[in-house]
Design a protein around this ligand. Structure first.
Ligand code: CU
Length: 378
């Protein structure tokens, strides 16, 4: 078995020594199948109950128990990789790569010590090699080294969810294809709940009435100055060269919450009622962010996304490092339309990193009251 680092280093070296034109071959940078070597421990799954999880498009989560019933299970699910053109803002199109056709990909929910068994399918109609790297897993590049599949192939990966928290997953097929696939939309998150549920700052069980998954995505869309419009391409391979040039500026042209500017606003806004506790899971697979609920707070915030750590309390804004997911819980106390934003307000308002929560209920004058309406200065 070749040392991991040399394999990784070589693929990066190859990526930087070739011209962009060389990347037009969709399979050139594909990772190789990794050999795991001699096996010392076999999977401890004999007799475990097997359940199937039906994945749903974000911001929703699959049906799940907050406190696990019974012992560890094998939780099986299927994801299909979908390469497709997506409109990420009005009249702005990208050649997206997605898990299950959405950006972000669907949230998976299990409990600590459950086994996740994913069947990953890369339909023959796709053009690229893909795989999946689960930050919640252990070994083989997060599973990326064992899941490289060409169009027309499928693979089954099983891993034990040993760490409780929220974690990113993303495609990582090797070399420059890693950032290209990630910023083309190919990422999502998994929530691994403690078996006995979430705990507040005092270690007491706490539950949510609703949970939403917000996947923040940075996009790098080439611009045609002569035509004064964003460029549109026929395929991901065709878009690659010019997109790389924009990516290297590290300045996204668009930032979206769930695949399109304004996706979680208006009729698609998140909803809650006064008195309800809402868990917001926020992921960013590539770039730092900072989440703020305007007019509310993070009552409990699992910084870095780890559920076995004591949550921080009463935060105004919480950081999301590139490559992680975080979770924050808030009990709404006032009705109205709340903006849920990346609090770099340029990124929120001018680039698109904003969503809405529509909260029903009755106003509390003790918390806030307009004592006098706006009027002439006296
Ligand atoms: Cu991919």
């Amino acid at each position: 078995m070749k040392p991991l680092l040399s394999k990784w280093g070589r693929s990066i070296a190859v990526a930087t020594s070739l011209s962009i034109a060389a990347f037009m071959s969709p399979t050139l940078m594909a990772g190789e199948e990794m050999e795991v070597g001699s096996v010392a421990v076999q999977a401890n799954i004999a007799g475990l109950e097997r359940v199937t999880q039906t994945l749903v498009a974000p911001p929703f989560l699959p049906k799940h128990d907050q406190v696990a019933k019974g012992g560890p299970k094998i939780v099986a699910m299927t994801m299909e990789i979908v390469e497709k053109e997506m409109e990420i803002a009005e009249d702005v199109f990208v050649q997206a790569m997605t898990f299950e056709g959405s950006n972000p990909g669907p949230m998976i929910v299990v409990h600590q010590d459950d086994y996740v068994e994913l069947t990953l399918k890369n339909p023959a109609t796709n053009t690229m090699v893909h795989n999946i790297d689960f930050h919640a897993s252990t070994g083989a590049l997060g599973g990326g080294g064992l899941t490289n599949i060409a169009p027309g192939q499928q693979v089954v990966l099983r891993f034990k969810a040993t760490k409780a928290g929220v974690f990113v997953y993303h495609c990582a097929p090797g070399g420059s294809m890693i950032p290209y696939h990630v910023v083309s939309g190919m990422n999502g998150a998994i929530m691994v709940l403690p078996r006995d549920g979430l705990k507040d700052e005092n270690g007491k069980l706490t539950t949510y009435d609703k949970a939403y998954y917000i996947g923040e995505q940075d996009w790098y869309v080439p611009y045609d100055a002569e035509e004064d419009e964003y460029k549109r391409y026929g395929s991901a391979a065709e878009a690659m060269g010019e997109t790389f040039e924009v990516m290297k500026t590290l300045t996204p042209t668009h930032l979206t919450f769930n695949g399109k500017v304004g996706a979680i606003t208006g009729e698609n806004a998140m909803t809650a009622k006064v008195g309800e506790s809402v868990l917001f899971i926020h992921s960013q697979a590539n770039r730092d962010s900072r989440v703020h609920l305007i007019g509310g707070h993070g009552d409990l915030v699992w910084q870095g996304g780890s559920f076995n750590d004591t949550p921080a309390t009463s935060l105004e804004t919480w950081a999301v490092a590139g490559g992680e997911a975080t979770a924050a819980m808030y009990t709404f106390l006032q009705p109205g339309l709340y903006a849920y934003v990346n609090h770099n307000l340029i990124e929120a308002i001018l680039l698109g990193a904003a969503a809405h929560v529509s909260v029903e209920g009755e106003w509390n004058n003790d918390l806030m009251e307009q004592v006098e309406k706006p009027g002439p200065i006296k």
